[in-house]
Ligand binder design. Sequence first.
Ligand code: SAM
Length: 214
Amino acid sequence: MYRIVLSMAAALSLIVSPALCGQATVEKEAPAKKEAKKPREPDVVYVPTPQDVVEKMLQLVKVTKKDLVYDLGCGDGRIVVTAAKKYGCRAVGFEIHPERVKMSLENVKKNKVEKLVQIKQEDIFKLDLSKANVITLYLLPSLNVKLIPQLEKLKPGSRIVSHDFNMRGVKPDKVVKFTDKDKGTHTIYLWTTPLKKRAKKKADRPKAAAAATP
Ligand SMILES: C[S@@+](CC[C@H](N)C(=O)[O-])C[C@H]1O[C@@H](n2cnc3c(N)ncnc32)[C@H](O)[C@@H]1O
């Protein structure tokens, strides 16, 4: 009997002693293994904008020191690096492909613009663009259109410049033809916010809306 009482007391002391001593014990869960973030495939392949076209784009969009430039799909980071080096502005390059992110980071370092330029591995379609006032694009016409809802949230007076591709349904302020040093021809499109949306043609409108209009 004496032995039973002793062993019960020992067992009880094991259960209650930490609380009695004022040391709450919290069962620590084993940390969940972090799944490596697998980026999805890029929506368009990497083709760099020739350097003289980059400079023309930044000149046409009138970058100043006060601007915050976002390049959506920044490739090797040449647009954001050039913007920071030439105009002294802040710039952020967004890129989904890990190899391109690496290239951009090396480019930033090589050009010593770490204080002005950030490179972020992100999907451009998930970004809040409202802090930027200059957006640079070299994507595809369909991707430019897909970006419209995000671009509409830019502050009024923000500028957008696109290499070679327009944005169906939005009237550009300016379209400039440019020949690079290797005689390649490029078209540069410029827009200012608020975007000037073109009225939808009758054929583009949903049937119900068209039927309601006399
Ligand atoms: C045609 S390159 C342009 C590179 C650079 N802006 C330039 O003009 O030199 C397009 C870049 O967009 C990147 N890209 C494609 N889809 C993307 C997405 N959803 N989010 C972020 N980057 C993307 C590609 O990996 C590629 O580097």
